[in-house]
Design a protein around this ligand. Structure first.
Ligand code: FAD
Length: 475
C-alpha cells in the first residue's frame, strides 16, 4: 500500500548504535527518521544499561571510599543510603542524557517515530504505535517508506526457561529499578553485568552469592586480574560457585528455593530473597520481520554483515548488538558511523584492530587485545610486562597498591598487542593501550612517552619500560 511517510534513511532502534547512525546520516544530508518503541531515545545503554548501572556503581564507590578513608585517620559515620533518593538520582542522570538526545534529534531534524517496527518488504516498515513505559501497542499503525535502512534493534536479556515468573526474580533491567534491597541475593551468571549489579546490591547491604557455569568469573580478561578482583571482593560475597549449574528455582511465599548442580554445592535447595538472571543477552534479530525484507538472520538471531555493515540486502545495513559480539556500546557507535557514511556514499569500513572491555566493578578490570592465554592458544610468541601497583607512588597513596598493569608484546616486532589493567579507574586508562595497539606502537614508543607523575596512568609507561629493559626507578 501507499506509505504514510518517506525517508532517505530509516533507522530501526534508538540505542547507541541507532541514534549515532541517525545523527551521522542526517549530518551527511540524508532525510532521516528513527523508529523506537521506548518513550525515550538511548536504547538499553542509556535507559537500562551502561548509564544507570554506572550511576549506582559511583555511589557504591563513594560509600566504599568513605569506609577506606576512615582507615587513614579520617572517620565518617557509617554511610546510610536512602534507596528512594538513590533511585531518583539514577533516574535523573538517565533523564538528562535521554533528554539531551531528544534535543539533538530535533536540532538535526531527525524524526522520531514512536512504535514497534516490523518490515513489510525491502522498502517499507510498518510501525505500530506504543505508549507508556511498558510499550503497550495501541493498534494504530503507520507505514514508513525508506530508500536505505539501518537495523539497530539491539539485544535482550536471556531468561532461563525453567525459572518461574516472580517479582523477586529480575533481569538487569529489573535489578536497576532498585525496588528493594534483599537480605540474600543470588546472581546467576558471573559476567560483567552480573558482577556490576552484585557490587551495587552488596554495597547496599545484601548478602550476595554468585553462580557461574564456567570455571572462572568474567570470561574476557587475564586470569591474573580476575584473581586480584576476587581477592579484593572476597568479603563482599558469601559464595562464588564456579562450574556450577542452576537447575531449579521454586518460588514460595517465604523465599526463592534454588537447586544447584556442581562440585561442592549443597544438595539441599538454598533460599534467596531475590534472584538476578544475568546469564547472557540474545540479539533481537528474529523479532523485526527481517525475512519480509529478504534480510538473512542467523540461527541465534544475529544478522550477518560485511565490513561496510551491509546485510545481504545492499541498501539495508545492521549494527550494534544485533550483529554480534562483543555486545558493547562503543562497538555499536563505531559500526553506526560506518553504516551511515557508507549509506551517504562515503568510503568507510569497520576495521578496528581491537575493542576494549571493562568491568566497572570495585576494583575495575579493563582489557584489550591479546591475553597471554589467548596468545599461547594461538601459538603466538609474546613477551609480557607486568607493572605491580605496589611500585606506584600514586597507587599506594590511593590505597590501591593491589592493582597491576600488564602489557603483552609481539616477541618479534615488540609491538603491543594486548593489555590488562586491574585497579580503580582501569577503564579510563585502557584507552591509551587501545590507541597504542591501533597505531602499532612498540614498547619503546610507550616507555619513552612521558606520562604525568604521580598518576595511575603512568603505570602503562612503566610496564612498557619493564618490557624494553630499562626498568624505571621512579616509585
Ligand atoms: P540497544 O541499546 O539494545 O538499542 C536497541 C533499541 O532498539 C532499543 O531501544 C529497542 O527498544 C529498540 N527496538 C528493538 N526492536 C525494535 C522494533 N522492532 N521497533 C522499535 N524499536 C525497536 N556496554 C558498554 O559498552 N558499557 C557498559 O558499561 C555497559 N553496561 C551495560 C549494563 C547493562 C545492565 C546492560 C544490559 C548492558 C550494558 N552494556 C554496556 C551493553 C550496551 O547497553 C549495549 O551494547 C548497547 O546498548 C547496544 O546498542 P544497540 O544500539 O545495538 O542496541
Amino acid at each position: 500500500g501507499a506509505a504514510d511517510v518517506e525517508y532517505d534513511m530509516v533507522v530501526l532502534g534508538a540505542g547507541p548504535g541507532g541514534y549515532s547512525a541517525a545523527f551521522r546520516a542526517a549530518d551527511l544530508g540524508l532525510k532521516t527518521a528513527i523508529i523506537e518503541r521506548y518513550a525515550t531515545l538511548g536504547g538499553v545503554c542509556l535507559n537500562v544499561g551502561c548509564i544507570p548501572s554506572k550511576a549506582l556503581l559511583h555511589v557504591a564507590a563513594v560509600v566504599e571510599e568513605a569506609e577506606h578513608v576512615s582507615v587513614a585517620g579520617v572517620s565518617f559515620a557509617k554511610p546510610s543510603v536512602d534507596v528512594d533518593a538513590l533511585r531518583a538520582h539514577k533516574d535523573k542522570v538517565v533523564g538528562k542524557l535521554t533528554g539531551g538526545l531528544s534535543g539533538m534529534a530535533k536540532g538535526r531534524k531527525v524524526d522520531v517515530i514512536r512504535g514497534y517496527g516490523s518490515f513489510l518488504d525491502p522498502n517499507h516498515i510498518e510501525v505500530e504505535e506504543t505508549t507508556g513505559s511498558a510499550q503497550d501497542k495501541t493498534g494504530v499503525k503507520k507505514v514508513v517508506k525508506f530508500k536505505q535502512c539501518i537495523i539497530a534493534a539491539g539485544s535482550a536479556a536471556v531468561h532461563l526457561p525453567f525459572i518461574p515468573r516472580d517479582p523477586r526474580i529480575v533481569d538487569s533491567t529489573g535489578a536497576l529499578e532498585l525496588r528493594f534491597v534483599p537480605a540474600k541475593m543470588l546472581v546467576i551468571g558471573g559476567g560483567i553485568i552480573g558482577l556490576e549489579m552484585a557490587t551495587v546490591y552488596s554495597t547496599l547491604g545484601a548478602r550476595v552469592d554468585v553462580v557461574e557455569m564456567m570455571d572462572g568469573l568474567m570470561q574476557g580478561p587475564d586470569r591474573d586480574a580476575v584473581k586480584v578482583w576476587e581477592k579484593q571482593n572476597a568479603s563482599r560475597f558469601d559464595k562464588i560457585m564456579l562450574k556450577t549449574k542452576t537447575v531449579g528455582v521454586e518460588a514460595k511465599e517465604d523465599g526463592l528455593y534454588v537447586t544447584f548442580e556442581g562440585e561442592g554445592v549443597s544438595p539441599e535447595p538454598v533460599k534467596y530473597d531475590m534472584i538476578l538472571q544475568s546469564a547472557g543477552r540474545a540479539p533481537n534479530g528474529k523479532k523485526i520481520g527481517a525475512e519480509k525484507a529478504g534480510v538473512i538472520v542467523g540461527d541465534r538471531g544475529f544478522i550477518p554483515v560485511d565490513a561496510q555493515m551491509r546485510t545481504n540486502v545492499p541498501h539495508i545495513f545492521a549494527i550494534g548488538d544485533v550483529v554480534g559480539q562483543p555486545m558493547l556500546a562503543h562497538k555499536a557507535v563505531h559500526e553506526a558511523h560506518v553504516a551511515a557514511e557508507v549509506a551517504a556514499g562515503h568510503k568507510a569500513a569497520f576495521d578496528a584492530t581491537v575493542i576494549p572491555g571493562v568491568a566497572y566493578t570495585h576494583p575495575e578490570v579493563a582489557w584489550v587485545g591479546y591475553t597471554e592465554a589467548q596468545a599461547k592458544a594461538e601459538g603466538k610468541k609474546v613477551e609480557t610486562a607486568k607493572f605491580p601497583w605496589a611500585a606506584s607512588g600514586r597507587a599506594i597513596a590511593n590505597g590501591a597498591d593491589y592493582g597491576f598493569t600488564k602489557l603483552i608484546f609481539d616477541a618479534e616486532t615488540h609491538r603491543v598487542i594486548g593489555g590488562t589493567i586491574v585497579g580503580p579507574s582501569a577503564g579510563d586508562m585502557i584507552g591509551e593501550v587501545c590507541l597504542a595497539i591501533e597505531m602499532g606502537a612498540d614498547a619503546v614508543d610507550i616507555g619513552k612517552t612521558i606520562h604525568p607523575h604521580p598518576t595511575l596512568g603512568e603505570t602503562v609507561g612503566m610496564a612498557a619500560e619493564v618490557a624494553h629493559g630499562s626498568c624505571t626507578d621512579v616509585p
